[in-house]
Ligand binder design. Structure first.
Ligand code: SF4
Ligand code: SF4
Length: 395
């Protein structure tokens, strides 16, 4: 298995930041800018303002800082486009950390207490009628419903033969928050596939959230605590393969491979090797496409999985020509973690932009490999277009 060395976007505060040269290459990459045309939302504006404040040419009021911190999806596309590697999420995370607001507090609570809060919120919002008149609550109801399996496509891929290359290897599943607390069907489906592959799957060693979105939300201490917890859990399990099926979890976990989290040099190498995607393990597994298959499936590539592409290769092998993917049109879904709370209109505008690019026909499906993207696109897609994690397509 190849070790994934593509850039990660969760390394807050690593080294000194170069000065933005205002070249503008990040503008067409930023989904907030392309969806709205508003230059003040672009990474260039954020870096320009940060520099002006640092040089004492401008003052950032608490209110202005709060607005600025709401306006980034943490997609990391600016970093990939910037010749200097400037990372918008890092800048915004620092701002969020130095100007903690109520939304940041709420997001931290939402992630840290997911096991308690998510089921509770789902139960409460289920009691509300459709079309509830308070918009924010109605949106939350839709998003919570989208996290579950209710609107998932019915399975239409049946495994025929399993790739036997990893038979007997020790593995643990890193399911991620959505599978743990909102959609256990993903976890069950992943466990069945691992059993089919013949892996020696060990019990969950007590993993918690990867911490990625907490870093973006400006809660670095909470993020570091989760990172340490997960490293200890992996060590206690005997440093086995750590299998993920969510691109954002994988991105968050890849960012652990560094010395300041207490991993030894040997462990850093091992961490990179042992962190694998389920799609990669499935390798040459073959599938039967059943009669329930839609005429076409659009693949949505998650921003946080852009470097890996393991899901895409796997899905192409499993679905053949039914899968539609255009390398030149890979929009962001607009989920953005904290942005869902702080700037939902912006988040929705980016989702609409993505769906306009895909332009799915009635009966087609959209498939992806990130829990945030599933939640976002499922909420925004027309009723006759089903959106799912690829695990949901496997019966
Ligand atoms: S992370 Fe995404 S939304 Fe935020 S500034 Fe960069 S490109 Fe724009
Ligand atoms: S952030 Fe990077 S790409 Fe954007 S204007 Fe500055 S130097 Fe250019």
């Amino acid at each position: 298995m190849a070790v994934d060395l593509s850039p990660v976007h969760c390394l807050h505060g690593q080294g000194r930041r170069p000065e933005c040269i205002l070249c503008g290459r990040c503008l067409p990459a930023c989904p907030l800018f392309t969806a709205t045309g508003r230059e003040e939302l672009s990474p260039r504006s954020k870096f320009f303002l940060a520099r002006a404040v640092a040089e004492g040419r401008a003052e950032l009021s608490a209110k202005a800082a709060e607005i600025l911190t709401t306006q980034c999806l943490s997609c990391g596309r600016c970093e990939n486009a910037c010749p200097l590697g400037l990372c918008g999420p890092d800048l915004v995370a620092e701002l969020r950390a130095s100007h903690p607001g109520f939304a940041g507090f709420l997001w931290k609570l939402w992630i840290e207490r997911a096991g308690l809060m998510w089921p509770l919120a789902r139960s409460l919002t289920r009691l509300l009628p459709d079309g509830f008149p308070i918009e924010a609550v109605a949106r939350a109801k839709d998003a919570l419903a989208a996290m579950g399996s209710g609107d998932a496509p019915a399975p239409w891929l049946a495994p025929r033969t399993f790739d036997a290359r990893h038979t007997g290897k020790k593995a643990v599943l890193f399911a991620g928050c959505v599978a743990e607390h909102a959609n256990p069907a993903w976890k069950i489906s992943a466990a069945r596939l691992l059993a089919g592959l013949g892996l020696d799957v060990r019990p969950d060693p007590g993993f918690t959230c990867c911490g990625c979105t907490l870093g973006h939300a400006g809660a670095p201490e909470a993020q570091a605590a989760m990172q340490q917890h997960n490293i200890e859990a992996w060590r206690a399990a005997g440093r086995p393969l750590m299998v993920t099926f969510c691109a954002t979890c994988r991105c968050g976990l890849r960012a652990y491979a560094r010395k300041d989290l207490g991993l030894t040099m040997d462990e850093i190498g091992l961490w990179r090797e042992q962190l694998v995607s389920l799609a990669e393990l499935l390798g040459d597994t073959t599938f039967e496409v059943t009669a329930a298959a839609p005429p076409a499936v659009r693949y949505h590539r998650p921003c946080h999985g852009a470097g890996g592409n393991q899901d895409l290769g796997f899905l192409r092998r499993a679905m053949g020509d039914r899968l539609i993917f255009n390398e030149n049109e890979t929009p962001c879904c607009g989920f953005g973690g904290l942005t869902k709370l702080t700037a939902p209109d912006l988040s929705d505008a980016v989702a609409r932009q993505a769906l306009a690019i895909y332009a799915p026909k009635p009966g087609e499906q959209i498939v992806t490999g990130c829990s945030g993207c599933v939640t976002q696109l499922r909420t925004a897609a027309p009723r006759d277009v089903l959106v799912g994690h690829w695990l949901e397509l496997i019966g």
